[in-house]
Design a protein around this ligand. Structure first.
Ligand code: ZN
Length: 485
């Protein structure tokens, strides 16, 4: 005892897995049951990568000793495949996750001096004999033939790059789809289709807008699941800029909405960046575009106006010559309309649209059909409207595009302007997209299918982060995609 109780220079630990514990009803700690189907190795050991973070952190805080992980690794159901190789992808993923957690501890200041992987060759285990295979190299126990498993080549690269290829150091290779929890807005003109047709849990009748992908302070979406579950999109934009390709800017640039107009919206116009910046506390201006998801027979929208110069514009507005002023344009399902700042516009009752817009809420109301809200007319912004309305208006032909005849299983471009690029995708069977943009927003607007094997359906909105790479879409569905310009 005198000999072995000497001070030690470092501590070695074999760490394979951990338990979750919590404070029980009696104030004492208790074990938390593992969920059914929890991940486990071939030896039925739980896969809990965080143990290399919490375990080493605890030991270091308590003993202040340099640490070596003297054993860590996994037993896999390894077999020689038809191609003569051993494809042990589970082991690669295990080591990637465990080593990432170990690096996380090291990054937090834990003095990690080394890591010994168990083990090089499939071996004779003291407890299990030849029944478990822990090696990076496969051993045919009968012939002693050796085959380097896929993990051996992967581990070689880990060593060559000093961990540079680990998932946590490779944010550019982010493969996690960021699904959104939308925010709903009740409006006097809203309906209930966002509940009845889209299946959302709406706050009540008159739900006019679903802010599907938004980081706006008036409706900041949260992430539905995964690493960033519960975080708001505006938080992610600030804290994890690599997800968005490190695009410059102090706020997420776009806002995607689904609008259900049960009644006509007011006649409105938006300012550009320069005017909004000066007159609206540094806000963005608002350029927006609409994809018509549904419209009744004979539907129209207000797009543009008929005043030929500024003097006529002022006269028409001040003297209420609305029938002469407003330009009604027939539209149908599948039409696409770009609304530049300065364009007079209004959505009419019965129309459903997906709107892609700048992240801004600045709207000037020109005319509200004389309607009352709570007994009073809603505020109008006549002078600001006259300031920003473009005279004369852009022609109808330049404003409305119909793409309903376009090709299946490809990214059909709808628009590319200085704020965004928007596409329509008609998936019928399967298609492949390369996510090479800073980020790519997608909204499923019809049908259902799979994205890289994951089920998606009408009403789902998500962001594919920077470096996502190959996207496989399968099924029968329609999507609207967008990114920054
Ligand atoms: Zn608008």
């Amino acid at each position: 005892m005198a000999l072995i109780h000497q001070p030690i220079d470092f501590m070695g630990q074999n760490i394979y897995n951990g338990y979750y514990i919590r404070i029980g009803a009696d104030g004492k700690l208790e074990y938390v049951d593992r969920p059914a189907g929890f991940p486990k190795t071939a030896a039925n050991w739980p896969v809990t990568p965080e143990c290399l973070y919490w375990g080493t952190k605890f030991l270091y805080e308590r003993y202040q000793m340099p640490l070596y992980i003297t054993e860590n690794g996994m037993s896999c159901h390894d077999q020689v495949s038809a191609d003569g190789r051993v494809h042990d992808s589970n082991r690669i993923d295990f080591l990637d996750q465990y080593l990432s957690q170990l690096q996380r501890a090291s990054d937090d200041g834990v003095d990690i001096r080394g890591y010994f992987l168990w083990t090089f060759l499939d071996n004779f285990e003291w407890d299990k004999g030849y029944n478990e295979r822990f090696g990076l190299v496969y051993v045919d126990f009968a012939t002693q033939k050796r085959i380097a498993k896929d993990s051996a080549f992967w581990y070689q690269k880990v060593m060559e790059t000093n961990g540079g290829i680990l998932c946590m150091n490779n944010a550019d290779a982010n493969k996690e789809i960021l699904f959104m929890n939308p925010v709903f807005k009740q409006m006097i003109w809203g309906g209930n289709k966002l509940g009845s047709k889209w299946g959302y849990e709406i706050p009540g009748e008159n739900t006019g807008e679903c802010w599907a992908v938004s980081a706006h302070p008036n409706g900041d979406c949260t992430i539905k699941e995964g690493t960033y579950a519960g975080k708001t999109l505006s938080q992610l934009w600030t804290e994890e800029p690599q997800l968005f390709g490190n695009v410059a800017g102090d706020r997420f640039p776009l806002l995607i909405k689904i609008i259900d107009a049960n009644d006509d919206l007011s006649i409105q116009v938006h300012p550009d960046d320069a005017y909004a910046g000066e007159n609206e506390n540094g806000s963005f201006g608002k350029t927006e575009c609409w994809y018509i998801l549904d419209a009744p027979e004979g539907a129209t929208l207000v797009i543009g106006h008929n005043a030929k110069d500024k003097a006529e514009l002022e006269d028409m507005i001040h003297n209420g010559r609305w029938n002469e002023f407003l330009r009604e344009v027939p539209i149908k399902k599948g039409d696409f309309i770009q609304i530049d700042p300065g364009t007079v516009h209004a959505i009419k009752g019965g129309i459903e649209i997906l709107e892609t817009q700048q992240n801004s809420d600045i709207t000037y109301r020109v005319y509200d059909y004389g309607r009352l809200q709570n007994g009073k007319p809603r505020e109008l912004h006549i002078e600001k409207s006259i300031d920003v309305i473009t005279v004369p208006a852009k022609s109808v032909e330049e404003s409305v595009v119909n793409i309903s005849t376009d090709a299946k299983n490809t990214m059909n471009p709808l628009i590319s302007c200085s704020y965004y690029r928007v596409w329509k995708l008609d998936v019928d069977g399967s298609m492949e997209v390369s996510q090479e943009y800073p980020f790519l927003i997608m909204s499923v607007v019809e049908g259902d299918g799979l994205i890289n094997g994951q089920l998606i359906k009408k009403g789902d909105h998500f962001i594919l982060p920077s470096g996502f790479g190959k996207v496989e879409l399968q099924g029968k569905m329609e999507l609207i995609a967008s990114t920054v310009a």
